[in-house]
Design a protein around this ligand. Structure first.
Ligand code: NAD
Ligand code: MG
Length: 388
């Protein structure tokens, strides 16, 4: 029996994880569940999964969580705050930590799980964008495993020979090809993007996801973050990571080998495939995902990304070439801009403008330790949006 801590249990990835766990009560037990501030959703999950510990990030809600657990007659303990997540990630009875918090807020608990030698199922891509070198080092030192959950990286992990992490630095691999759906505005010209609303941006054609990653998919920043993620996970230089738009989202990514072979992983777009793979690896288990019907699909299309309409992709490549300070600035600026856009304070096109402006303003930073990166992240978040 593997004991699982699900950080960000109330989110899109969290609920997909729990769906897979519920299909395999003989193999997995949800031992720790966490949420930011959604007490009612967290309580519903506690009633269903009976974890030993529930963590609410926002301490204002601790009382409500405790009262709710008592009303449900559960023996689940309640804790609050980011430190509780870090403690839980190190708990000796936990085998698997699912990092499904959104944003750099997930970094401390993700790093703690890596250091403690857990099997880390990494969905929280912002943590590897901010602290890629530190995270990969922590995985090595901790002696545990990292299995990427982002569908592209999970595909690459499946298509690379074991051990997959760091593998793309080898001369047998020509390049990694990340596929992108293109998001809800694929094919739109820049002028048409000026007036798009959060609702339009969050209506992703292929995936049901949290709001932040949905906006990132619409700007193509999501693919930019994934290029950075692929660099750290697999050791590929930026010029050996390509992005191709594939609107059907059936091929999740490809490895291009020097002998002319290209290996791809295909599947119905459903995150439960990657989560089941990560939970059971190296075994394969039922994920509840519909099998692909090739004849019904009939065709797969590919096109180049529109780098002018969606400048965030190249901003991410640029930050990656610049170094860890720049990727931290890119991520923090993007998080605040996306949040401003979702609150109606910022236009869609201002997201990229703000990120570019912050990259310029903070271009001389040289942070590399965790403390310095977190301090830089904090300073970027304090900067006002000058583009609206
Ligand atoms: P979501 O918004 O649906 O869920 C986020 C979860 O994190 C919620 O449980 C929320 O309560 C919690 N949370 C939010 N802020 C927090 C904070 N400050 N401290 C602690 N907990 C906090 O997001 P999601 O779509 O599930 O995405 C989660 C992560 O997985 C993101 O990094 C995203 O990029 C990545 N990811 C998601 C998908 C997907 O299909 N949804 C695919 C690939 C990667
Ligand atoms: Mg992805």
């Amino acid at each position: 029996m593997k004991r699982v801590a699900v950080f960000g249990a109330t989110g899109s990835i969290g609920s997909s994880t729990l769906d897979v766990i519920a299909r395999h009560p003989d193999r997995f037990r949800a031992e720790v569940l966490s949420a930011n501030a959604q007490v009612d959703s967290l309580l519903r999950l506690c009633a269903q999964f009976r974890p030993s510990l529930a963590i609410i990030n926002d301490a204002q809600h601790l009382r409500a969580l405790q009262d709710g657990l008592r009303d449900l007659d559960l023996s689940t303990r309640a804790e609050a705050g980011p430190d509780a997540l870090v403690q839980a990630a190190q708990q000796s009875d936990i085998d698997i930590v699912v990092a499904a918090i959104v944003g750099a807020a997930g970094l401390p608990s993700t790093l703690a799980a890596a250091r403690a030698g857990k099997r880390l199922l990494l969905a929280n891509k912002e943590s590897i964008v901010v602290a890629g070198a530190l995270l990969m080092h922590a995985v090595k030192e901790g002696g545990g495993e990292l299995i990427p959950i982002d569908s592209e990286h999970n595909a690459l992990f499946q298509c690379l020979p074991a051990p997959a992490l760091g593998r793309a630095a080898s001369t047998e691999i020509r390049r990694l090809v990340l596929t992108a759906s293109g998001g809800p505005f694929r094919g739109w010209r820049r002028d048409r993007l000026a007036a798009v609303t959060p609702q339009q941006a969050c209506a992703h054609p292929r995936w049901q996801m949290g709001q932040k990653i949905s906006v990132d998919s619409a700007t193509l920043m999501n693919k930019g973050l994934e290029v950075i993620e692929a660099h750290w996970l697999f050791g590929a230089a930026p010029e050996r990571i390509d992005v191709v738009v594939h609107p059907q989202s059936i091929i999740h990514s490809l490895v291009d080998y020097v002998d002319g072979s290209m290996l791809a992983q295909l599947g119905t777009p459903d995150m439960r495939t990657a989560l089941a793979y990560g939970l059971a690896w190296p075994d394969r288990i039922d994920a509840g995902v519909a099998p692909l019907d090739l004849l019904q699909l009939a065709r797969l299309d590919f096109e180049a990304p529109d780098r002018e309409a969606f400048p965030c992709l190249d901003l991410a490549y640029q930050a990656l070439r610049h170094g860890p300070s720049a990727t931290t600035v890119l991520n923090a600026a993007n998080e605040t801009a996306v949040s401003g856009f979702l609150q109606g304070q910022l236009r869609f096109l201002a997201i990229a403008d703000h990120v570019q402006h912050m990259l310029e303003q903070f271009s001389r930073e040289q942070a590399s330790t965790l403390e310095d990166l977190l301090e830089l992240d904090r300073r970027v978040r304090l900067e006002p949006h000058t583009h609206h």
